[in-house]
Every structure is written in structure tokens, then in C-alpha cells.
Ligand binder design. Sequence first.
Ligand SMILES: *Cc1c(COP(=O)(O)O)cnc(C)c1O
Length: 359
Amino acid sequence: MSRAFNFCAGPAALPEAVLRQAQEELLDFRGTGMSVMEMSHRDQVVVELARRAEQDLRDLLGISDDYAVLFLHGGASTQFAMVPLNLMGDNGKADYINTGQWSSKAIKEARRYGDINVAASSEDRNFSYVPPQADWTLSADADYVHYCPNETIGGLEFDFIPEVDKPLVADMSSTILSRPLDVNRFGLIYAGAQKNIGPAGITLVIVRRDLLGRAGASVPAMLNYQIHADNDSMYNTPPTFAWYLAGLVFQWLKDQGGLTAMAAINERKAKRLYDFIDASGFYSNPVEKADRSRMNVPFVLANSDLDKDFLDEAGAAGLHNLKGHRSVGGMRASIYNAVPEAAVEALVAFMADFEKRHG
Ligand SMILES: *Cc1c(COP(=O)(O)O)cnc(C)c1O
């Protein structure tokens, strides 16, 4: 068996150690004679592993008791609706920062529910920079401020946490757990699991408890944070297997030395790739240096006629899923926590060799 170097943007690579443990426990979960997939979510074994996953996540991110941690269905895209449905109060108004495709989708969805002020946007330069906060036009009466700290498609990442006097809401789908985070700066954080947490099918929400209970009476129970918080995310059947796998990833992160250790590794991986791209006249990345993502590295070839050859040859060399998002073309290497430094080394070596042969 050989494991590919997988640069997929999502669902993304999982740590090999996690997959091996899941494989070992698949048929007989810790002496129960059953797979964890086959157990009731009310079973004490499942309740216990769900609790353990939450506690490990709280330890990793330093999440205080002021916050509820929810494990939900529906992906980050459902949060685009749940956030306004739950956090818009009488004002019915929110500020959004538009830095790319995911922010744009969040804005589009939120507009169904209230008055959305786009307080800043970098659309004028094709989302290649983060608008400095000094230029934002925040509303006095917004119920919350929403932004996407890491734009997965554009490869754009905020290097600061906005200072706002309203609850700050962040779509952290592609950056959560990549480095330490001061959760106390946020009202609500959400993330689809399939980038840096676990397999697709589970979505993490970290919400300050004082923001619970604001949903109107017409909001469906399944879209109400309060109901999920009151039921420990077991109001209905949760995605138990995905929850279990996320828990294994949290334990793996602890074993690696936690988020400070991960941040150092991620920093090295991103620097290695960007330094190589910047030194080359053959590859380029369009994003302002200070605003580049450490998780998603888009790049283009000077001659896009070579794109297909690049992808074919990369695949033959064991380097997979490097095609850029269909909306932007070019290439993208996603280098989440589970992508080892060896994968980045192999990618850089391949890129150098490809350039030598075709440059
Ligand atoms: C992948 C992604 C989404 C969409 O997630 P789904 O789970 O597919 O709904 C939203 N926002 C960001 C930043 C993403 O990377």
C-alpha cells in the first residue's frame, strides 16, 4: 500500500495515524464487538467519546465555559443561514467583509434574512488583498460582524483579528486548528470539518453562550443553536462516525504538541512553497504577501497551455489534487495540518523539475 501526497482543498487529507486507528477499531470498537458506526448515539460509549472530543477541542483552543461547542450537520453552508437566523435581533442588520468566494456566498445567503452592509470588499482587485480595518465602514447598529479569515479558493488570509464592538463571527472552515487562536475575541466561530478537522458531514460551531436564545419563533428547531446547545448536539442523530474521527484528529493534534507546534510546521510548509514560487519566473501567486494563506496556496504557470501537462505529470509523480478551483483555474496546493512537510518538499522538487523541462 502506498499513500499519495494529497493536496485536496476539501474533503482533505487526514492524518495517517488517525486512519490506521479507525481501521484497527472499525469492526470492534474497544471491546464492544460493534463498530462505532453501529451504536446508538445514546449509548454511553458514544456519549463518552463525544464528550472527550469536545474536551480535547476545548483544550486545544483554550475554549472557556462561556462558550458552547456544537457538532452539527449541514456544512459551513448551512451556517451561512443559521448565523443570521440566530444572531439578528430587532435591528435585522449585519456587517459583512467580502474577501472572496466564501464571503460572497455568506453575504448572498444572509441577504435573505436582513439588511446586509458590506463594510469592506477587495473585489476591486480580484480579492488579492485583505482590506485594512481602517478602511471599513461598519454600521453603528449591526447585530454582528461577519468575515472569513481564510478564503480557501483565493488563498487569502487575514493576519489580524478585527477589533469590533459587536459580536465577531468567523467562517474558519479552512484555517481552524492551524495555529493558536484567541477564541475570546469572537462571538461565534464555525467550520465545516472536511478541511482541518475530520471527514465531511460534521460542522463545528463555537458560540458565546450569551448569544444563544435569540432565534425567532419561526426558526426551525434544527437551525436553532439554543436547541442544539441544550441537547449537547444530540437533539437528533448526530453524524457519529464523523464525530468520532474528529475526536481522533484532536487527539492526534495533542500528540503533535498542540497548536503552537502545528503553527510552526504550517509556517515552514507555507514559507517553503511561497519562497520557491516567488523565486521562480515560471510560477506566480497573485496575493499580497502579507495576506497570503498558510493553508491554501494558489499558483499559476506563466504559460497556462502547460496546465494539463503539469497536473498529469504531478499525478504520475504521486502528487494529487493540485488543480485550482474551477472558478479561478491554475493550481492550488492545500497544505492543511495533515499534509506532511515531506509532501511540500516533494511538490517543490517536482515543480523545480517541471520548470527545468518546460521553462
Ligand atoms: C469549504 C468551505 C465552505 C463550504 O463548506 P461546506 O461544508 O461544503 O458547506 C465554506 N466556507 C469556507 C471558508 C470553506 O473553505
